[in-house]
Design a protein around this ligand. Structure first.
Ligand SMILES: [Zn+2]
Length: 298
């Protein structure tokens, strides 16, 4: 295998998903509205994050954590505990709000608002971590080409949101020129272009007749480890690739059952998924892991 791979972890809680907050079909318009109205337990994130940190230590992996910046306010000490273990902190938005419409892919906010909120998130994360925050992952992987230009203006160095596959396209581009290895996106778009001071790290896929997404997350929960592992192995033959999971994926606690549109979203999670993650790390033990901040060649 010629590539190395990067382990990435998305730090968000159950209410950050689009069926609960901050999407056109959410129960709450925003996370702020959720906190104004919700009076039950909300923290289902801290416990599985600590377990995720232990798994990474066990396999000696330095990961990139894409953090929703409002967790700094609601989970005191959590982000510090990730930083203490030597991991990279990157940005997963201020409140995990969708930036483009999941159906039409049209912007849900203008450039100015995107830059204002994302810069605030970047500053919050830089202050808490003492690190320069160079990476971005779009909430719900809904990413538009215009966002990449903004990210570059805000001095981000890379994005990792694009997934090329035959099942869905969450971007505003056809992705015809994109594969599973890092590339420079064109200006104003997400197709592969030429040398630029900004890199996209797209996700892994398994290509048989169809291209099946294979970087982790819900695919790992619903379709299992063999598909993800085969997709990672195949993607590694093409070059560097990405694995990701959420601490929520390994949570054994039942989440509050509110949310529109996604009744079965959390039906597969917990120890089973933790075993799958360990199996993937064990199987790829001899493959070089690279923290995204250390990636240089392209
Ligand atoms: Zn997310």
């Amino acid at each position: 295998m010629k590539g190395s791979f990067s382990v990435t972890v998305d730090i968000e809680d159950w209410y950050h998903i689009p069926s609960v907050c901050s999407s056109p079909y959410a129960v709450y318009r925003s996370v702020n509205e959720f906190f104004e109205k919700w009076d039950g337990r909300y923290d289902f994130l801290t416990e599985p994050t600590n377990r995720a940190l232990n798994i990474l230590d066990e396999f000696n992996i330095t990961a990139t954590f894409f953090v929703v910046a409002d967790t700094v306010e609601h989970y005191p000490g959590l982000i510090e505990s990730i930083v203490e273990r030597g991991h990279e902190i990157a940005c997963h938005g201020l409140h995990h709000a969708c930036k483009i419409d999941p159906e039409t892919k049209m912007p849900l906010m203008n450039c100015e608002e995107f830059e204002q909120k994302t810069l605030l998130a970047k500053r919050i994360l830089e202050k808490i971590s003492g690190q320069k925050v160079a990476g971005y992952r779009a909430p719900n992987a809904l990413v538009g080409g215009w966002m990449v230009d903004s990210l570059e203006r805000m001095k981000f160095k890379y994005d990792s949101s694009v997934s090329v596959n035959s099942l869905y396209n969450k971007t505003d581009s056809s992705l015809k020129t994109v594969s599973s290895f890092p590339y420079y996106p064109v200006e104003h778009g997400l197709e592969a272009g030429h040398d630029r001071n900004f890199i996209e790290f797209p996700w892994a896929y398994y290509h048989n007749v169809l291209k099946i997404p294979a970087s982790g997350g819900p695919i790992l929960r619903f379709l299992g480890a063999p598909l993800v592992l085969n997709g990672l192995i195949q993607s590694l033959k093409r070059g560097h690739t990405i694995f990701y999971f959420h601490p929520l994926d390994i949570s054994c606690t039942k989440f509050p059952s509110i949310g529109n549109n996604r009744p079965l979203y959390w039906c597969m999670k917990g120890k089973l998924v933790e075993h799958r993650i360990r199996h993937i790390f064990k199987s790829l033990e001899n493959v070089k892991k690279l923290c995204l901040r250390d990636y240089q060649e392209i």
